[in-house]
Design a protein around this ligand. Structure first.
Ligand SMILES: Cc1cc2nc3c(=O)[nH]c(=O)nc-3n(C[C@H](O)[C@H](O)[C@H](O)COP(=O)(O)OP(=O)(O)OC[C@H]3O[C@@H](n4cnc5c(N)ncnc54)[C@H](O)[C@@H]3O)c2cc1C
Length: 416
C-alpha cells in the first residue's frame, strides 16, 4: 500500500479516490488545475442573478449506491432532497398533457400492471419490448437492439435515456443503456427515486469532502495544473510530476491517481486512448419563485427544454444533447426556453424573468458504441498510476455515479 498518493484533479472522481485512500490511512496530496474544486459538478456565485448557482442541474437516483456511500463518508448524507415516492413527473409541451410514472418500490415491476402508475397509452405487452436490451451486445446501438417507437419509447424511455446518455438514445450504446436498465431492475423501483442537492452541488459533494481531507492532513493545491509525468520504463513506474512550481519526485512508496478529463489524461500518459467525441448541455436559470406544489424534477418532451428543476427563487431548465442550439444567441434561446418553463410551471410567459445561461459544448463524452470502446480501464501499464474519471470504463454513462465509482476503483487498485 502506498504511503502517499498524489491525486490529480479535484472533480468527483479525484475527490472520491482521495476520500477512500485517506480513510485507509494513506497520505493525500490533491492537485487541481482550477482555482476551485468540483470540476463539472460544483456551485458558483453568479452576479447577474445575485445567487449561488450549480454548474448544471444534476440529478442522482436513489439507486446510485456509491454516490450515497460517498455522501455518507463525507458526512453529507442529508444533503439530498426528492419526492418520497419513486416517481417521475412528465409534461408533453406540444400536447400540453401531463402525467406521472409511479414505479413500485419492490423488485417486481408491479407498476406496469397498474394503468394509473404506468405510462399513459401503454399496454402490458409494450413493456416486453425492452427485453432485448437486457442482452445487448458491445458495438451495437439501442436502435439495433430494441424497437424505438410507440408510447413507451416516446413517453418514458427516450426522455429518460436522453437525460442519462446526453445523446439521441437511438444512436447510443446499447451496452450502456442495458447496464442502467439491469442495475435498476436488480434494485427495484426505488432505484428511480430522483434526488437533487438541497443546498447546491458544492455543499453536497465538494465542500464536505475538502473539509474532511484537510482535517485528515491532506495537502490541497488549487491553481496547480499537472504539466507532465516522467515515467521509468524499466520499473514501469511514474517517477516525477511536473508542475509550474517545479518537479515533484515520486518516492518508491508514492503513487498517482490521474483523475483529469480524458483529453488531459491522453496528453499526460503516452498511448492512452480516451473518448474523442463529446456532447453539449445547456442550462438556463430563471429568477422566479417556483409555484407551490409543482412536481419536481419534471421531464419535458416535445419542446426545447428537456428537464426542469426548482430551487428557492429559481427554476432551471436543462437541454440535453444541445449541440445544434449552441449557435443560437443566448437572448434568442432564453425566451424560447422560458416559454417551455412557463408552460410547465403554469406561469405567465410575459415578462421574461432575469435569466442566466451556462453552455458546455464538451459536457460529457458521446455515449455511442464507438466511444464506449475507447474508454480505458483504471489500471495502466504503470504500476503506481491509476486512472479515474467519468470517461474511464465504468460501465455507466458519464455521471456522478460513474465518476465516484471510478475514483473508488482507482484507489482500490493502489490499495491492493
Ligand atoms: C451541465 C452538466 C450537467 C450534468 N448533469 C448530470 C446529472 O444530472 N447527473 C449525473 O449523474 N451527472 C451529470 N453530469 C455529469 C457529471 O457532472 C460528471 O460526470 C462528473 O462531474 C465528472 O467528474 P470527474 O471527476 O470525472 O471529471 P471533472 O469534473 O471534469 O473533474 C476533472 C478535474 O480535473 C481538473 N484538471 C484538468 N486538467 C488538470 C491538470 N492537468 N492538472 C490538475 N487538474 C486538472 C479539472 O479542472 C477538473 O476539476 C452533468 C455534467 C454537466 C457538464
Amino acid at each position: 500500500m502506498p504511503r502517499l498518493v498524489h491525486v490529480i484533479g479535484a472533480g468527483l472522481a479525484g475527490l472520491a479516490a482521495a476520500v477512500r485512500l485517506q480513510r485507509r490511512g494513506v497520505q493525500i496530496a490533491l492537485h487541481e488545475a482550477a482555482g476551485q474544486a468540483g470540476g463539472r459538478c460544483r456551485s458558483y456565485y453568479d452576479r447577474t442573478l445575485a445567487a449561488t448557482l450549480d454548474s448544471g442541474n444534476h440529478v442522482v437516483l436513489a439507486g446510485h449506491g456509491e454516490t450515497l456511500d460517498y455522501a455518507r463518508a463525507i458526512g453529507a448524507a442529508d444533503a439530498f432532497t426528492g419526492p418520497d415516492e419513486p416517481a417521475f413527473a412528465f409534461m408533453d409541451l406540444a400536447a400540453r398533457s401531463r402525467w406521472s410514472v409511479r414505479f413500485s418500490r419492490s423488485r417486481l415491476p408491479l407498476w406496469i400492471a397498474d394503468a394509473n402508475a404506468r405510462v399513459p397509452g401503454t399496454r402490458l405487452p409494450d413493456y416486453l419490448t425492452v427485453l432485448p436490451l437486457l442482452f445487448a451486445r458491445p458495438g451495437r446501438t439501442v436502435a439495433q437492439t430494441m424497437p424505438c417507437a410507440g408510447p413507451l419509447w416516446e413517453r418514458l424511455l427516450r426522455p429518460l435515456y436522453l437525460c442519462a446518455l446526453n445523446i439521441e438514445p437511438r444512436d447510443a450504446s446499447a451496452e450502456l443503456a442495458s447496464a442502467m436498465l439491469r442495475e435498476a431492475l436488480s434494485i427495484g423501483g426505488e432505484a428511480f427515486r430522483p434526488l437533487t442537492a438541497r443546498n447546491g452541488l458544492s455543499s453536497a459533494f465538494i465542500d464536505p469532502a475538502l473539509r474532511m481531507l484537510q482535517h485528515g492532513g491532506a495537502a490541497i493545491r488549487l491553481d496547480s495544473p499537472l504539466q507532465g509525468i516522467a515515467f521509468d520504463d524499466a520499473s514501469r513506474r511514474a517517477i516525477a510530476l511536473d508542475f509550474d512550481s517545479g518537479r515533484v519526485l515520486l518516492g518508491a512508496d508514492e503513487a498517482v491517481v490521474l483523475a483529469v478529463p480524458g483529453a488531459a489524461a491522453s496528453a499526460l500518459v503516452p498511448q492512452l486512448q480516451a473518448p474523442l467525441e463529446h456532447t453539449a448541455i445547456i442550462t438556463l436559470h430563471f429568477a422566479v419563485d417556483p409555484p407551490p406544489g409543482l412536481a419536481m424534477p419534471m421531464v419535458l418532451i416535445n419542446g426545447t427544454a428537456g428537464w426542469l428543476n426548482a430551487a428557492p427563487g429559481r427554476l432551471s431548465a436543462t437541454i440535453h444533447d444541445a449541440g445544434t442550439l449552441l449557435r443560437l444567441a443566448p437572448d434568442e434561446l432564453a425566451p424560447r426556453v422560458w416559454a417551455d418553463v412557463a408552460a410547465a410551471a403554469s406561469l405567465p410567459v410575459e415578462p421574461l424573468p432575469a435569466w442566466q445561461i451556462a453552455s458546455d459544448a464538451q459536457a460529457v463524452f458521446a455515449a455511442t458504441p464507438q466511444e464506449e470502446l475507447r474508454r480505458p480501464s483504471a489500471r495502466t501499464r504503470w504500476n503506481n498510476l491509476t486512472l479515474a474519471g467519468d470517461w474511464t470504463a465504468t460501465g455507466l454513462p458519464a455521471s456522478i455515479e460513474g465518476a465516484i465509482r471510478s475514483g473508488r476503483k482507482a484507489a482500490d487498485l493502489l490499495l491492493s
